[in-house]
Write a protein that binds this ligand. Sequence first.
Ligand code: SAM
Ligand code: DTB
Ligand code: SF4
Length: 340
Amino acid sequence: MFHLWQKNITTKIKIMKITLEEIKELYDLPFTTLIYRAQEVHQKNQDPAGVQLCTLQSVKTGACSEDCAYCPQSARYNTFVEAEQLMDKCSIVKSAREAKANGASRFCMGAAWRSLSSTRQFDSVLESVQAVDNLGMEVCCTMGMLTEEQAVKLKDAGCTVYNHNLDSSREFYSKIITTRTYDDRLETLSNVRKAGMEVCSGGILGMGESIDDRLKLLHELASLDPQPDSVPINALIAVDGTPMEGREFIDSFEFVRIIAVARIIMPKSMVRLSAGRTEMNDEMQSLCYLAGANSIFLGDKLLTTENPKQSKDYELLEKLKLHALDPNEARAIHAQSCAV
Ligand code: SAM
Ligand code: DTB
Ligand code: SF4
């Protein structure tokens, strides 16, 4: 079945359009065959022992006007998050230096905004981006909706990647967010591409969506042309005070299957094991690596919630004899698919 949508053309890989039906067939394969297929694609298209290490810093926390049902930073829910102003350049650079010293190659700045609406704050973000870029780190931002003009300014300041998740299927999206639309999301992704930044886009699993919703999300992501450079797969962290409070953690095998399908249909993308790793034991995370995940967030905190201890992550990588990917290696892998 592999040859149906993926065909070697000389040395380059041409991504064929995959249908939702084909994605469903993959998802329903016997687990052993699915993992085998994912490994086959992984070994051919990625450094099989490389894991990209990214660090997150929340540079503006809480008090967000949006109503994303999963998010502890929405002003509409009463959660543990305390709102903080936009961090200044010096504090951001200090945090980036620490991340670099700890082995991270990508520094991702997150802001709880609907969009970058204030000129003063946007100018401050541009200065911080430039300063982190000067440290020689790969700079990523995730700050809500962007116009094409803003995207160009961010890119010119040294931001190489923009994270903006589709989060779920088009149908399920309107059940978890009412303050913006799926098309708003797609438009920002298109502006990011037009500006020449890399696209990082993925979603969240375990919010009450069906398996079909998850596969439709993968179909949307894989149909972006070019495909996203990285695909973060988050497991919902059900935070008290949000409408998701008390929701059970996603089934491990359903999660691993999604990682494997993502790897098969987006062979050149970095597949990032994102939120929810504190709930996953070493065995489950190893299964995710086996299924084709090759990127994680390193550091004790995500934006506002906990992440595994860094020392614990390094211990597991060592046990599995996996190594940290340097930024150029990760970029070179994806560049091959973008050249087609
Ligand atoms: N405000 C920006 C936005 O919405 O694009 C950037 C920050 S937002 C927190 C980035 C992503 O974090 C969301 O799109 C969602 O996928 C993920 N996220 C937020 N809260 C989460 C939670 N409780 N569990 C898992 N993932 C979560
Ligand atoms: C992504 O997909 N996951 C990260 C990053 N992109 C910005 C954020 C996860 C946030 C989890 C909840 C929190 O810590 O606030
Ligand atoms: Fe705001 Fe982003 Fe959280 Fe939605 S996910 S409430 S836009 S910070």
